[in-house]
Design a protein around this ligand. Structure first.
Ligand code: PGA
Length: 255
């Protein structure tokens, strides 16, 4: 399966900074062969990214969306508004949204459904907190998050799904998970998916690892059999660093 490496810029970058990044990353596009690369800028930088990346192999994702198509929802952005800008993917249930904005599993569920019904490909984030890890509850947490988020979806809808395994304690801390722990968690995600949607789905759904991914550790995740890419925060903010990370992943997989 093709690797999928996504840049999650969170609340970073003005339009001018976005333009610089996109111009710089486009210079390296030829080096990303066989890797699906996507940028998830803040909403305000989507139009500029869309203009610059159009016609290239680099795709666009959003960091969040509202589940209704339109209406009186001050401050929200819907799937049709994202599609209008050429957005293809949407991150759903990122731990920062869960922890800082009270997004619970039932919200994640309606967003997943809305994304898929509108033709956006969700990147569903799951993962345990430090306390849950210490309680040995990682599998239980992942299972619950997946169960609720995937409720009501058909196997066909699930085909385009990307699941990002992001242990919360690894995000932005510089302390990535051990590859063998990421592999165990990702294999478990596959098991839940197999039970829910059947064997075929495991071959179609891609699992990313996320949490302090950098150029020097991406290779150890990219080679794992249950992992097909990464969701990258801090190390995706500079075009050079992000390009080097993508190339390191390619090299690890090809060698
Ligand atoms: P990080 O963030 O790479 O800065 O740890 C990852 C994420 O939040 O998706």
């Amino acid at each position: 399966m093709e690797l999928i490496i996504a840049a999650n810029w969170k609340m970073h970058k003005t339009v001018a900074e976005t333009v610089d990044f996109c111009r710089a990353i486009l210079q390296n596009e030829a080096l990303f062969k066989d890797v699906e690369v996507l940028i998830c800028p803040p909403f305000t930088a989507l139009p500029a990214s869309s203009d610059l990346l159009r016609g290239s192999s680099i795709k666009l994702g959003a960091q969040n969306m509202h589940w209704e198509r339109e209406g009186a929802f001050t401050g929200e952005i819907s799937a049709p508004l994202l599609l209008d800008l050429g957005v293809e993917y949407v991150i759903i249930g990122h731990s920062e949204r869960r922890q800082l904005f009270g997004e619970d599993d039932s919200r994640v569920q309606i967003k997943m459904k809305a994304a898929l019904e509108n033709g956006l490909k969700p990147i569903l984030c799951v993962g345990e907190t430090e306390a849950e890890r210490e309680e040995d509850a990682t599998e239980k947490v992942i299972k619950n998050q997946l169960f609720v988020a995937l409720e009501g979806l058909s196997a066909e809808q699930a085909d385009s799904l990307v699941v990002a395994y992001e242990p919360v304690w690894a995000i932005g801390t510089g302390k990535a998970a051990l590859p063998r722990d990421a592999e165990t968690a990702s294999s478990y995600i596959n098991e839940v998916i197999r039970n829910k949607f059947g064997k075929e789905a495991v071959n179609k759904i891609r699992i990313q690892y996320g949490g302090s991914v950098k150029e020097d550790n991406i290779g150890s995740f990219a080679v794992l059999s249950a992992i097909q890419g990464a969701l990258v925060g801090g190390a995706s903010l500079e075009a050079d660093t992000f390009s080097a990370l993508i190339q390191a992943a390619r090299k690890a997989v090809l060698s």
